[in-house]
Design a binder for this molecule. Structure first.
Ligand SMILES: Cc1ncc(C[n+]2csc(CCOP(=O)(O)OP(=O)(O)O)c2C)c(N)n1
Ligand code: SF4
Ligand SMILES: [Mg+2]
Length: 302
């Protein structure tokens, strides 16, 4: 019997730097962000990716990345980025590579890494002034391993490990980063592409530790129809639960202030992970508490 020769992989569409033939879920907010960011950053990049959903994008020979990519363990992406940056700097210093060949070192992680397991390595890298861009796609849970809660999971959300609703509270990663006084930090969401694009242009012009913390609506994890993904991303901004802001020169400025601000219920009721707040009857106390926390945030914004 003769073995059948495998078909060569089909060429990827060239309309985007990041191709479309990916193994991700429809409506993935993390992929949406990555598409938008990659179109602006381009191929002169090394993506240092900690284990998570977007790691599936690297499956050879179908990877949609046109530039370089490196896999690391969850806790180690900033350490991997340090190694890559050092290697590039050595090649530049020895004249074995011209400045035009230099690459932007980009860490790409989910929230499980960014808010938890990788925080110590990130803190040290910012402290050392590592020249890197850190992109977190925050789907508010451990998506790749079956939607367990993470330190980014919002209060009351149902996950595989908080079936009655998460009793903890989402950590403020933006505040943790800005406490380190990085060169730049911003929040964003793929559903607001102009705001995101402006922030990507800004990070491109800067050197040093920079954060893009992006909300990533996740249809299977948050339990909604993929066609609602953009609407849910927009509602996160319009209800004020995901403030769009940036930190430059020691100051935080909001880049989009929702006015009028919609009730947070508009965002929550679209997602099955919060269904127990509305059925069999509304949990008024919990809904009020969530709204109060959002109001308190915006009351503190001058
Ligand atoms: C140290 C370690 N613990 C557990 C895992 C298993 N693991 C792989 S991906 C993942 C989830 C990561 O969550 P997150 O960073 O939020 O990314 P997402 O899966 O949501 O994209 C886990 C727990 C691992 N790879 N390494
Ligand atoms: S589980 Fe969520 S984050 Fe992971 S690929 Fe699917 S939509 Fe994206
Ligand atoms: Mg996650």
């Amino acid at each position: 019997m003769t073995a059948t020769k495998p078909e060569p992989p089909k060429p990827l569409p060239s309309t985007h730097l990041l191709g479309t033939g990916t193994p991700m879920c429809a409506g993935c907010g993390g992929l949406e962000v990555l598409h938008e960011v990659y179109d602006l950053l381009g191929v002169k990049t090394v993506f240092v990716n900690a284990a998570g959903c977007l790691t599936l994008l690297a499956v050879y020979p179908f990877t949609p990345f046109r530039g370089s990519w490196l896999y690391t363990a969850m806790a180690s992406a900033p350490a991997g980025a340090q190694g890559v940056r050092d290697a590039l700097d050595l090649l530049l210093a020895k004249g074995r590579m011209g400045p035009e060949e230099d690459l932007e070192v980009v860490v790409l992680t989910g929230d499980g890494t960014a808010y938890g397991m990788g925080l110590s390595a990130t803190s040290s890298a910012i402290e050392r002034g590592l020249n890197f861009l850190y992109i977190c796609y925050d789907n508010e849970g451990f998506g790749n391993t079956g939607q367990q809660f993470s330190e980014a999971t919002p209060h009351a959300a149902r996950t595989a490990t908080s079936l009655g609703g998460f009793s903890g509270y989402k950590k403020d990663l933006f505040a943790i980063w800005t406490a380190h006084r990085p060169v730049y930090a911003a929040t964003a969401v793929g559903a607001e592409p102009l705001d995101l694009a402006r922030k990507v242009e800004k990070v491109k012009s800067l050197k040093g530790p920079r954060l893009l913390l992006t909300l990533a609506p996740c249809p299977p994890g948050w339990d909604f129809d993929p066609k609602e993904a953009v609407e849910i991303g927009k509602l996160a901004v319009k209800t004020g639960i995901w403030p769009l802001k940036e930190y430059v020169d020691g100051k935080v400025a909001h880049t989009k202030i929702p006015h009028p601000r919609l009730p947070v219920e508009e965002y929550l009721k679209k997602q099955g992970r919060f269904a127990h707040l509305f059925h069999p009857e509304p949990n008024e106390a919990l809904l009020k508490e969530i709204q109060h926390r959002v109001d308190a945030y915006w009351d503190g914004v001058s």
